[in-house]
Design a protein around this ligand. Sequence first.
Ligand code: DX5
Ligand code: ZN
Length: 218
Amino acid sequence: MKKIKISPSILAGDFSNLGSEIKKLEDGGADMIHVDVMDGHFVPNLTIGPPVIKSLRKYTNLPFDVHLMISPVHKYIQNFSEAGADIITIHPEATKNVKDSVDLIKSLGKKVGLSLNPDTQIETIEKHLKDINLVLVMTVYPGFGGQKFISKILDKIKSLKKIKDEKNLNFEIEVDGGINFENNKLVIDAGANILVSGTTIFKDNNGDIKKNIELLKS
Ligand code: DX5
Ligand code: ZN
């Protein structure tokens, strides 16, 4: 059976206590920490930037899975790398030259991800699949936590898994948005192996993070 990894999004945590939220996620069995960076321009919401990521770095050795929803993203990649990101995921629409940005992330020694918005087709990033570590498939329109999972994206996950298997590629398939106990099995069966979750992990079962992480994996 393939190993499923959980990347809890701190977006649903208490922003006045992010250090202790991250400790709780680590104690609860998180495999990495998903950090949603929004600029109020690429997406209609604002969150945090490199200084906050840097100050959170000391709370855990888990990888920081940094999801950049900012445009233009290229000139900020180095800042996020220096702040302590381990995985840097960008949206292809947010950079002039996807290959240059992918190469930059790799040259900094970081893992690189490309994200597909619900309306962005796999073809947009297909030629880069051999060069990247993961594809972050958005199952909501990015910008806010707590949105409803868009079930038609399951077909995109299946197509991506098919391409990965046929071409024998190594990228991981991560899903992000509205993941809960009803759709976790569906996305896993479709081919995802990393599940991002904010609301479900922090709020379900009275905020029992350990239980929620275990349930999402099963
Ligand atoms: C949406 C973000 C997601 C979001 C996930 O733009 O990229 O990571 O915070 O949160 P839930 O699980 O609440 O949809
Ligand atoms: Zn995200």
